[in-house]
Design a protein around this ligand. Sequence first.
Ligand SMILES: [Zn+2]
Length: 290
Amino acid sequence: MKWIKRNDSEANYEDRRGRGVKRGATIGGLGAIIIAVIALLLGQDPGQMLNLVGEIIPNQTAQEVIDPSRVNENEDLKVFTLGVFNSANEVWTEVFRKQLNETYRNPVLVNFTEQTTSPCGGASAQTGPFYCPADEKIYIDLDFFHQLASKYGAQGQMAMAYVTAHEVGHHVQKVLGILDQFNQYRGKISEKEFNKLNVKLELQADFFAGLWAYQASRAGIILLEPGDLESAISAANAVGDDTLQKASMGYTVPDSFTHGTSAQRVYWFRKGYETGDINLGDTFSDPSLR
Ligand SMILES: [Zn+2]
């Protein structure tokens, strides 16, 4: 893919590269001890919980530079990811207006190095990119893209774009109320049934990623090139649960798939990529996924 008009705006961007909440800087003394005791009683890591509390309390969320050598790390990947993120918001604003007659709201993109905190828990490069519905932010450690290329063989810009657009897809699900509906089933149905729903949720985010590519190209933001579909598909393959499970355990366990098989991910991404029509992305009522 090539940029035709890349939007570098940082209006919805939070740069935490080389930054963090200085431990002890926000909560000290007795407060910290009490939180540490509560954390231990709950079986949580006290350090992580302190960071989390610091994050939640207003006016104490300031991220300070803790490693000046890393504040501009992976700058080229940052510029690229931010461009994809901004273009996805432009695309979804239009799709909501034209196809759904609804209003879209922008999420925030957070880049960090090594680790950070979120209302959804701590994050590290191992966690991989994720979307936190509680603060409507997408968390990406840019180093993940090196892993994607080296460890999983998913190369090319479209592979990275797919990952970013997939996370924005989860935000779209939040805005549409799909994530809330999904969470209502938590603990109310069997684990096996819940996992099936989870797969549908993930495949829909893949469909939304494909839809982004179609619409961003149609809007003249990006130019799709030969090999782009394959590049995205290799990323979909790489982060499919069966591949990740094979890599970590050497075998696959069908019942615990939460992202779907690689073949399913490719199918739904391609469907969005070739149609650009949100009405065709209802993975929840698709007969093949019952
Ligand atoms: Zn996902």
